[in-house]
Design a protein around this ligand. Structure first.
Ligand code: ADP
Ligand code: MG
Length: 196
Protein backbone atom coordinates (compact mmCIF):
# COMPACT_ATOMS: atom_id res chain seq x y z
CA UNK A 1 0.00 0.00 0.00
CA UNK A 2 1.19 3.51 -0.81
CA UNK A 3 2.46 5.69 2.08
CA UNK A 4 -0.20 8.08 3.38
CA UNK A 5 1.83 11.04 2.19
CA UNK A 6 1.17 9.86 -1.38
CA UNK A 7 -2.61 10.48 -1.31
CA UNK A 8 -3.65 12.78 -4.15
CA UNK A 9 -6.72 14.89 -4.87
CA UNK A 10 -7.99 16.95 -7.78
CA UNK A 11 -8.78 20.62 -7.22
CA UNK A 12 -10.24 22.89 -9.90
CA UNK A 13 -10.46 26.64 -9.54
CA UNK A 14 -13.70 27.24 -11.42
CA UNK A 15 -14.09 30.14 -13.91
CA UNK A 16 -15.57 32.41 -11.20
CA UNK A 17 -12.44 31.88 -9.07
CA UNK A 18 -10.30 33.29 -11.89
CA UNK A 19 -12.70 36.18 -12.50
CA UNK A 20 -12.72 37.02 -8.80
CA UNK A 21 -8.87 37.10 -8.93
CA UNK A 22 -8.65 34.58 -6.11
CA UNK A 23 -6.19 32.15 -7.74
CA UNK A 24 -3.24 33.14 -5.55
CA UNK A 25 -5.33 33.20 -2.37
CA UNK A 26 -6.79 29.74 -3.07
CA UNK A 27 -3.47 28.11 -4.00
CA UNK A 28 -1.88 29.72 -0.92
CA UNK A 29 -4.34 28.01 1.41
CA UNK A 30 -3.56 24.53 0.08
CA UNK A 31 0.17 25.29 0.17
CA UNK A 32 0.11 26.58 3.73
CA UNK A 33 -1.56 23.51 5.17
CA UNK A 34 1.40 21.46 3.95
CA UNK A 35 0.12 19.87 0.76
CA UNK A 36 2.42 19.48 -2.23
CA UNK A 37 1.44 20.68 -5.71
CA UNK A 38 2.21 17.84 -8.14
CA UNK A 39 0.34 19.03 -11.25
CA UNK A 40 -1.24 22.25 -12.51
CA UNK A 41 -2.63 23.63 -15.77
CA UNK A 42 -4.94 26.30 -17.16
CA UNK A 43 -7.67 24.82 -19.34
CA UNK A 44 -10.75 25.92 -21.23
CA UNK A 45 -12.86 22.80 -20.77
CA UNK A 46 -15.47 21.66 -23.29
CA UNK A 47 -18.99 21.02 -22.11
CA UNK A 48 -18.49 17.29 -23.03
CA UNK A 49 -15.41 17.14 -20.76
CA UNK A 50 -17.44 18.62 -17.89
CA UNK A 51 -20.37 16.26 -18.56
CA UNK A 52 -17.99 13.28 -18.38
CA UNK A 53 -16.34 14.65 -15.21
CA UNK A 54 -19.67 14.71 -13.37
CA UNK A 55 -20.67 11.26 -14.66
CA UNK A 56 -17.49 9.42 -13.54
CA UNK A 57 -19.18 8.34 -10.29
CA UNK A 58 -22.50 6.54 -10.93
CA UNK A 59 -23.75 7.57 -7.46
CA UNK A 60 -23.00 11.28 -7.84
CA UNK A 61 -26.37 12.21 -9.41
CA UNK A 62 -28.35 10.67 -6.57
CA UNK A 63 -26.08 12.30 -3.96
CA UNK A 64 -26.15 15.79 -5.46
CA UNK A 65 -29.96 15.64 -5.71
CA UNK A 66 -30.39 14.43 -2.13
CA UNK A 67 -27.94 17.04 -0.80
CA UNK A 68 -29.84 19.83 -2.57
CA UNK A 69 -33.20 18.62 -1.23
CA UNK A 70 -31.75 18.50 2.30
CA UNK A 71 -30.37 22.04 1.81
CA UNK A 72 -33.93 23.26 1.19
CA UNK A 73 -35.63 21.21 3.92
CA UNK A 74 -33.05 22.27 6.57
CA UNK A 75 -34.11 25.89 5.97
CA UNK A 76 -37.84 25.11 5.96
CA UNK A 77 -38.00 25.70 2.17
CA UNK A 78 -39.66 23.55 -0.51
CA UNK A 79 -37.22 21.95 -3.00
CA UNK A 80 -37.93 22.48 -6.73
CA UNK A 81 -38.47 18.68 -7.05
CA UNK A 82 -38.56 15.75 -4.64
CA UNK A 83 -36.80 13.50 -7.17
CA UNK A 84 -32.99 13.68 -6.68
CA UNK A 85 -32.38 12.59 -10.29
CA UNK A 86 -34.55 15.40 -11.70
CA UNK A 87 -32.55 17.93 -9.65
CA UNK A 88 -29.29 16.26 -10.70
CA UNK A 89 -30.06 16.67 -14.41
CA UNK A 90 -30.76 20.39 -13.91
CA UNK A 91 -27.48 20.71 -11.97
CA UNK A 92 -25.45 18.88 -14.65
CA UNK A 93 -26.83 21.13 -17.39
CA UNK A 94 -26.03 24.22 -15.33
CA UNK A 95 -22.53 22.92 -14.53
CA UNK A 96 -21.71 22.36 -18.21
CA UNK A 97 -22.40 26.05 -18.84
CA UNK A 98 -20.64 27.30 -15.69
CA UNK A 99 -17.49 25.18 -15.91
CA UNK A 100 -16.91 25.81 -19.61
CA UNK A 101 -17.66 29.55 -19.46
CA UNK A 102 -13.97 30.53 -19.27
CA UNK A 103 -10.53 29.21 -18.38
CA UNK A 104 -10.12 27.24 -15.17
CA UNK A 105 -7.12 25.97 -13.21
CA UNK A 106 -6.84 22.21 -12.66
CA UNK A 107 -4.43 21.06 -9.96
CA UNK A 108 -3.36 17.90 -8.19
CA UNK A 109 -2.40 18.25 -4.51
CA UNK A 110 -0.63 15.50 -2.62
CA UNK A 111 -0.13 14.73 1.06
CA UNK A 112 -1.50 12.99 4.15
CA UNK A 113 -5.33 12.90 4.08
CA UNK A 114 -5.18 15.10 0.97
CA UNK A 115 -8.80 14.41 -0.04
CA UNK A 116 -10.37 15.18 3.34
CA UNK A 117 -8.03 18.04 4.23
CA UNK A 118 -8.78 19.79 0.93
CA UNK A 119 -12.55 19.31 1.43
CA UNK A 120 -12.25 20.68 4.98
CA UNK A 121 -10.46 23.89 4.03
CA UNK A 122 -12.55 24.31 0.86
CA UNK A 123 -15.84 24.21 2.82
CA UNK A 124 -19.31 22.80 2.12
CA UNK A 125 -20.99 23.01 -1.28
CA UNK A 126 -23.41 25.85 -0.44
CA UNK A 127 -21.49 29.04 0.42
CA UNK A 128 -24.39 30.30 2.57
CA UNK A 129 -23.75 27.49 5.03
CA UNK A 130 -20.01 26.78 4.44
CA UNK A 131 -18.03 27.30 7.64
CA UNK A 132 -16.31 30.62 8.30
CA UNK A 133 -12.59 30.21 7.67
CA UNK A 134 -13.10 27.92 4.68
CA UNK A 135 -12.43 29.25 1.18
CA UNK A 136 -16.08 29.02 0.12
CA UNK A 137 -17.24 30.39 3.49
CA UNK A 138 -14.89 33.38 3.31
CA UNK A 139 -15.07 34.45 -0.32
CA UNK A 140 -18.48 33.73 -1.82
CA UNK A 141 -22.13 34.23 -0.86
CA UNK A 142 -24.28 31.98 -3.09
CA UNK A 143 -27.07 29.59 -2.02
CA UNK A 144 -29.20 26.77 -3.47
CA UNK A 145 -32.22 29.07 -3.58
CA UNK A 146 -30.34 31.89 -5.36
CA UNK A 147 -28.86 29.52 -7.94
CA UNK A 148 -32.06 27.59 -8.60
CA UNK A 149 -34.18 30.73 -8.93
CA UNK A 150 -32.02 31.72 -11.90
CA UNK A 151 -31.52 28.12 -13.17
CA UNK A 152 -27.74 28.25 -12.80
CA UNK A 153 -25.01 26.37 -10.94
CA UNK A 154 -24.05 27.42 -7.42
CA UNK A 155 -20.97 29.65 -7.72
CA UNK A 156 -18.57 28.27 -5.17
CA UNK A 157 -15.13 28.88 -6.74
CA UNK A 158 -13.73 25.37 -6.41
CA UNK A 159 -14.18 21.73 -7.26
CA UNK A 160 -12.47 19.25 -4.94
CA UNK A 161 -12.65 15.44 -5.16
CA UNK A 162 -15.01 13.87 -2.62
CA UNK A 163 -13.21 10.56 -2.01
CA UNK A 164 -9.93 8.81 -2.80
CA UNK A 165 -11.64 6.78 -5.54
CA UNK A 166 -13.28 9.91 -7.02
CA UNK A 167 -9.86 11.61 -6.93
CA UNK A 168 -8.17 8.78 -8.84
CA UNK A 169 -10.83 8.80 -11.58
CA UNK A 170 -10.89 12.59 -11.81
CA UNK A 171 -7.10 12.96 -11.94
CA UNK A 172 -7.03 10.44 -14.83
CA UNK A 173 -9.77 12.45 -16.57
CA UNK A 174 -7.87 15.76 -16.36
CA UNK A 175 -4.16 14.83 -16.40
CA UNK A 176 -1.84 12.63 -18.43
CA UNK A 177 0.71 10.65 -16.40
CA UNK A 178 3.59 12.81 -17.65
CA UNK A 179 1.84 15.98 -16.44
CA UNK A 180 2.19 14.85 -12.80
CA UNK A 181 5.44 15.18 -10.89
CA UNK A 182 7.21 13.14 -8.23
CA UNK A 183 9.62 15.28 -6.24
CA UNK A 184 10.70 15.82 -2.65
CA UNK A 185 9.56 18.91 -0.80
CA UNK A 186 11.75 20.09 2.09
CA UNK A 187 8.59 20.42 4.24
CA UNK A 188 7.98 16.69 4.09
CA UNK A 189 10.84 15.92 6.50
CA UNK A 190 9.01 17.98 9.13
CA UNK A 191 5.48 16.82 8.27
CA UNK A 192 6.18 13.09 7.98
CA UNK A 193 9.81 12.43 9.03
CA UNK A 194 10.56 10.06 11.92
CA UNK A 195 13.61 11.98 13.18
CA UNK A 196 11.68 14.42 15.38
P1 ADP B 1 -19.09 19.69 -4.28
O1 ADP B 1 -18.53 20.57 -5.38
O2 ADP B 1 -19.10 20.40 -2.96
O3 ADP B 1 -18.46 18.33 -4.23
P2 ADP B 1 -21.36 18.41 -5.57
O4 ADP B 1 -20.42 17.41 -6.14
O5 ADP B 1 -22.53 17.88 -4.82
O6 ADP B 1 -20.64 19.47 -4.65
O7 ADP B 1 -21.94 19.34 -6.75
C1 ADP B 1 -21.08 19.80 -7.78
C2 ADP B 1 -21.33 21.26 -8.04
O8 ADP B 1 -22.63 21.44 -8.58
C3 ADP B 1 -21.29 22.18 -6.81
O9 ADP B 1 -19.98 22.53 -6.43
C4 ADP B 1 -22.13 23.35 -7.28
O10 ADP B 1 -21.36 24.25 -8.07
C5 ADP B 1 -23.18 22.70 -8.17
N1 ADP B 1 -24.46 22.39 -7.50
C6 ADP B 1 -24.70 21.39 -6.63
N2 ADP B 1 -26.00 21.36 -6.26
C7 ADP B 1 -26.61 22.37 -6.92
C8 ADP B 1 -27.96 22.87 -6.99
N3 ADP B 1 -28.94 22.31 -6.30
N4 ADP B 1 -28.21 23.93 -7.77
C9 ADP B 1 -27.23 24.50 -8.50
N5 ADP B 1 -25.95 24.08 -8.49
C10 ADP B 1 -25.62 23.03 -7.72
MG1 MG C 1 -18.49 16.78 -5.65
Amino acid sequence: MAHHKEERTLVIIKPDGLQRTLVGEIIGRYEKIGLKLVGMKMVKASSEHIDKHYNLDPMWRKNVGEKSIKGYLDKGLTPPSNDPLVIAQIVVDALKKYMSAGPLIAMVWQGGNAVKIVRKITGGTEPLTSDVGTIRGDFVLDSYAMADKDSRAIRNLIHASGSVKEAEDEIAHWFKKEELFNYELINEAILYGIEL
